[in-house]
Structure formats: C-alpha cells, structure tokens
Design a protein around this ligand. Sequence first.
Ligand SMILES: *[C@@H]1O[C@H](CO)[C@@H](O)[C@H](O)[C@H]1NC(C)=O
Ligand SMILES: *[C@@H]1O[C@H](CO)[C@@H](O)[C@H](O)[C@H]1NC(C)=O
Ligand SMILES: *[C@@H]1O[C@H](CO)[C@@H](O)[C@H](O)[C@H]1NC(C)=O
Ligand SMILES: *[C@@H]1O[C@H](CO)[C@@H](O)[C@H](O)[C@H]1NC(C)=O
Ligand SMILES: *[C@@H]1O[C@H](CO)[C@@H](O)[C@H](O)[C@H]1NC(C)=O
Ligand SMILES: *[C@@H]1O[C@H](CO)[C@@H](O)[C@H](O)[C@H]1NC(C)=O
Ligand SMILES: *[C@@H]1O[C@H](CO)[C@@H](O)[C@H](O)[C@H]1NC(C)=O
Ligand SMILES: *[C@@H]1O[C@H](CO)[C@@H](O)[C@H](O)[C@H]1NC(C)=O
Ligand SMILES: *[C@@H]1O[C@H](CO)[C@@H](O)[C@H](O)[C@H]1NC(C)=O
Ligand SMILES: *[C@@H]1O[C@H](CO)[C@@H](O)[C@H](O)[C@H]1NC(C)=O
Ligand SMILES: *[C@@H]1O[C@H](CO)[C@@H](O)[C@H](O)[C@H]1NC(C)=O
Length: 490
Amino acid sequence: MRLFLALCCLLGVVCRAQAKAVFAHYLMGNTATFGPSDWETDIQEAQAAGIDAFALDVGSGDNVALPLQMGFETAAYYGFKMFFSFDYSGGTGTITDGSSSNETEAIWPKDNVTALIKAWSSSDAYYTYQGKPLVSTFEGPASADDWTDIKNETGCLFIPDWTSIGPKAALKTGVVDGLFYWGGWPWGPESVNTTIDKQYMAALAAADDNKPYIMPISPWFYTNMPGYDKNWVWNGDNLWYDRWQQALDLSPDFLEIISWNDFGESHYIGPLHTTEYAQFKTADSPYNYAANMPHDGWRAFLPYLIAQYKTGNASLSQESLMVWYRAHPVADCTTGNTTGNAISQGQTTMPPKDILQDRIFFSALLNATADINVTINGNPSAANWTNTPSSSSSSSSSSTGIYHGSAPFDSHTGAVNITLTRNNKIVAQLTGIDITPNCTDDIQNYNAWVGSVKVAESGAARLRQPLSCFFSTPLLVPGLLLAGYFYTFL
Ligand SMILES: *[C@@H]1O[C@H](CO)[C@@H](O)[C@H](O)[C@H]1NC(C)=O
Ligand SMILES: *[C@@H]1O[C@H](CO)[C@@H](O)[C@H](O)[C@H]1NC(C)=O
Ligand SMILES: *[C@@H]1O[C@H](CO)[C@@H](O)[C@H](O)[C@H]1NC(C)=O
Ligand SMILES: *[C@@H]1O[C@H](CO)[C@@H](O)[C@H](O)[C@H]1NC(C)=O
Ligand SMILES: *[C@@H]1O[C@H](CO)[C@@H](O)[C@H](O)[C@H]1NC(C)=O
Ligand SMILES: *[C@@H]1O[C@H](CO)[C@@H](O)[C@H](O)[C@H]1NC(C)=O
Ligand SMILES: *[C@@H]1O[C@H](CO)[C@@H](O)[C@H](O)[C@H]1NC(C)=O
Ligand SMILES: *[C@@H]1O[C@H](CO)[C@@H](O)[C@H](O)[C@H]1NC(C)=O
Ligand SMILES: *[C@@H]1O[C@H](CO)[C@@H](O)[C@H](O)[C@H]1NC(C)=O
Ligand SMILES: *[C@@H]1O[C@H](CO)[C@@H](O)[C@H](O)[C@H]1NC(C)=O
Ligand SMILES: *[C@@H]1O[C@H](CO)[C@@H](O)[C@H](O)[C@H]1NC(C)=O
C-alpha cells in the first residue's frame, strides 16, 4: 500500500488515502423533542442504507445542546458518524435554499462556531477526513474571514456549501479545503444535469492540492412555507434515478443526500417522525404535507448504489422494486400559490403543471429483466422501462442493475397496483396510495408518496439453503415471509 501510494505520488497522481463516503443532510432543528429511540431509529436506518455520516444542520441561536448530546452518544454507541454543517441562512429553524445571491446572512458568531466544534470534534462519533474533523455549512460566505481563526483553533477540515458565490469565488477566499454544492435539482421541466458539478470538480482539481467535492443528490423538492417565504416545487419526477446515475458516472469524492429529515422541503429519505412536524406550524404551511407520505422506499437501493459508488463492483443480494408519484392529478385543486421554480432562486416561474408529469415512476433493482405492469382503478397504464442497466454506462454487467420507467395517470383515479412478472408469474406486487382529485383544503400536495417491496424470487431462492444457515441470517426472515405471502397469493 505504501509503495502504491508512493508510486502514485511519483507519477503526479494525487493520493486519495481515504475511501469515498456518503452523507445525509440532517436538520437538528427538527430534533428538539427527540428521545433516544428516535435517534436510534434514524441512525440504524442510515447504517442499514450504507450512509456513513449525518451532516448536522445547526441554525444559529438554535438550542441544540441536549439533542446534540443525545445524538452523538447514540451515534458513538452504534459506531455511526456525524459532523457539523452550520446553517447561515437565517434565524431559528429557518432553512432556505442557498442559490440566491440576495440572501441575508444570519450571524453565526465565530466564537459560538468554534465552541461547538471544540465541544464535539473529539467524540468517537465525530466524522474525520485525513485525520481532521470535517466541518461544513449551508451558505455563509459573508463570514469567510471567520474561518482562518476557527480552523486554527479547532484544526478542522472545512468544506462549506457556498453555492451563492460559486466555486471560483469560494476558492479565492483561501479558507476552504473542498466544496459542497447545494443545487441538486433541475430547472423547470428539464432533467437534472451535471454542468455545475463538473465546474466544481474542475475548479477543485485545479487548486494546488486537488480539493475534494461533495456532490448533492436529492430525490424531490416541494415546499409551501409562507412564513419562511418559500413556496415552490422543482421537477423530481425522474430525479432519484437520474441523479444516482450521474453520481456513479462522475464518481466524486463525496456524496451528500439532501436530505434525511427536511419534511418542509419534501426531500426527506428518513422515516417520518410525528415529533418532527413543528415546522409546518412555525412556517404557516397550509397543512402538514409530509404526514402519510412515507419516503422510506427511496432507501431501498442505497446499499447497492452506495457499494457501487464506492467500489464500482457491488453485488446484488436482494432484488427490489420502488415506486413514487403524487397522489393528485396536477391540474386538479388549487396550487396554494405554489410556483414551479422560484423567483427567490433567481428563476423564471411557471405553473407547476408545466413542470411535473402525471405519471407513476418506478425503478427496479434486478439481476435480470422482468415485466412491469401498472393499473389505476383496474385500468392498465402503458408501463415500460425507459432505462435499463445496459443503457447506462456505469453498470458492471448488462442485465444486473437498475431498471427505470414510468406509466401515465391517463386521467384515471383510484387504486394503484404495480406488479413485476417473470415467466408470467408475479414476483413483486405493490399497492400504492390512491390517486384522487380531492386535495386537503383543495390545495395541491406536490409531495410524493413512495413505496418499495422486495422481489419474492430472491427470498424463494434462498429457501433451498439449509435451515441452520437460514436462521443465522436475519435478513432472510422478511424474505421468507414475503415468499410465503406470494405463495398463498398465487
Ligand atoms: C453564542 O454563545 C453565547 C455564549 O454561550 C450565547 O449567549 C449566545 O446566545 C450565542 N449566540 C448565538 C447566536 O447562538
Ligand atoms: C494556529 O496559529 C498558530 C500561530 O500562528 C500556529 O502556531 C498554530 O500551529 C496554528 N494551529 C493550527 C491548528 O493551525
Ligand atoms: C443544465 O441545467 C441548467 C439549469 O438547470 C441549464 O441552464 C443548462 O442549460 C443545462 N445544461 C445542459 C448541457 O443541458
Ligand atoms: C467484483 O466482485 C466479485 C465478487 O463479488 C469478484 O469476483 C470480482 O473479481 C470483482 N471484480 C472487480 C473488477 O473487482
Ligand atoms: C395566495 O396569495 C394570495 C395573495 O397573496 C393570498 O391572498 C391567498 O391567501 C394565498 N392563498 C393561499 C392558499 O395561501
Ligand atoms: C433582494 O433584496 C431586496 C431588498 O430586500 C429586494 O427588494 C429584492 O427583491 C431582492 N431580490 C431578489 C432577487 O431576491
Ligand atoms: C402486462 O402488460 C402487458 C402489456 O400491456 C400485458 O400483455 C400483460 O398481460 C400484462 N400482465 C399482467 C400480469 O397484467
Ligand atoms: C417494452 O420495451 C421493450 C424494449 O424497448 C419492448 O421490446 C417491449 O415490447 C415493450 N413492452 C411493452 C409492453 O410496451
Ligand atoms: C394487482 O394486479 C395483479 C395483476 O393484474 C392482480 O393479480 C392482483 O390481484 C392485483 N392486486 C391488487 C391488490 O389489486
Ligand atoms: C371527491 O370530492 C367529491 C366532491 O366533493 C366527492 O363527491 C367524492 O366522493 C370525493 N372523492 C373521494 C375519492 O374522496
Ligand atoms: C437474482 O438474484 C437472486 C438473489 O437475489 C437469486 O436468487 C436469483 O437466482 C438471481 N437470478 C438470476 C437470473 O440471476
């Protein structure tokens, strides 16, 4: 290894001694009433998904002393990691998007930042990179000068998100050790692209010491929080599929999933906690648009995707299917003043119906193709794959990997039934939330409902293993139940 590293250095290749990692952006502002079991759930689910660390978004003035203590203690117990992401966007609990150049900087006093890093950076659970505690931000370039002293006093490695000023200006401050970009969403009805990611990577690679890039990756964006001056939707239709393909292709140093628990912006991939809904009231939302809209299904492929990102050679241990869609046709109900795109983000706005498609989106992680069928209230909808492993460049073999596609609502409402079949046998079935023309208070909910299910065949195949082996692997139990379910069902 030493020799290898020395050779790399000789050849002028910058040595990357440390492996890649995947983070999830985590709002501490939502954890005020968390008990230890809430932390346990989040940490265990993140570990099961293959996530390395939470980037703890801490707002200035937020009283997070107790939640931090509980979080770090739980993380240390489970061998999980966390690091700070100081939120410079506003007062208590205020989270806004960072790409506006006009944002008022809230003051995060330098001494308060230093004190928090000092208090927690020596915890076993604090995430380190190249031997230093990692510290990030949401915005805050106006406070760039603070970081000379903060870094000197804490010895931290500083990788902020200063999206509002762009990579060149951020590097020019001379205080950053890498950069995180926030804007993982597409413009209008377009698909997401990697133009800006590549600008960041080029600028960072050109810096003297080849600084690391944290690439943003998000499944969705819808917020209706008039109290925080936020009310817009971005195109998340194919986003979770597209963006992961881009992450595998670009293979940056780090990925940060936005987010784990930001319910107000609808991009959470963590479990719903009823203790975390206070922000909907604080921000004058018309109603709680995250309740009953689980996003857990979006984690289903993460063990595979994260392994693929880290090694390029993930093995598939469980085939599965995931599905997501909005529960109301986009032209029904009122918009609740929600726009597609946002003026505050320097964009031209358009009606949400010009951005979002009335379709049911699905992805399947498979080792061989299968047929996908969708019905709405019994009406078949033209479902098929638009992307297969062989049509994307980052897969290791032609048939194993992610299959993706969608099926139109076709003006139907009612029960949604999605099936995967092989050789005319149903190997996975999922019943989604009903599509209805009726919205709470006649205001559209542009959030997505997400579901996932394991492919039964995988479990069934394992049943041939000796019983002792079966009981030594807890993961097989759901497989057996599922297989049993499908046996009766067929
Ligand atoms: C900064 O820390 C001081 C001393 O602990 C505290 O009184 C003050 O409220 C903190 N300010 C913010 C904005 O967190
Ligand atoms: C902080 O600055 C002092 C004085 O310039 C220097 O001796 C020390 O090594 C610095 N510490 C770190 C961690 O950079
Ligand atoms: C990438 O997306 C941006 C904004 O979403 C858009 O302005 C740009 O034209 C796109 N670039 C390409 C090459 O599609
Ligand atoms: C990929 O992993 C398999 C086992 O999981 C191994 O046999 C194979 O050699 C690996 N290939 C590469 C290119 O690392
Ligand atoms: C939409 O905006 C108008 C004008 O600001 C306001 O009167 C109305 O109450 C808003 N509607 C909702 C549902 O928030
Ligand atoms: C910038 O801030 C000024 C003053 O608050 C406001 O009038 C203006 O509309 C803002 N511009 C944008 C693009 O948000
Ligand atoms: C799935 O759809 C295809 C084409 O629409 C149809 O031929 C097939 O019978 C359907 N299979 C099931 C299980 O509904
Ligand atoms: C699905 O797409 C494949 C390949 O593009 C095609 O061969 C097949 O006929 C399509 N099936 C349906 C039901 O449209
Ligand atoms: C879903 O569709 C399949 C295939 O048409 C059918 O066998 C099954 O009964 C349906 N399940 C539900 C819950 O509607
Ligand atoms: C939707 O609202 C209409 C009119 O208020 C009502 O007749 C219908 O039963 C509702 N449908 C559902 C699925 O709730
Ligand atoms: C697909 O993977 C499962 C394990 O998840 C295995 O049981 C099955 O035999 C595999 N099928 C093919 C066609 O490779």
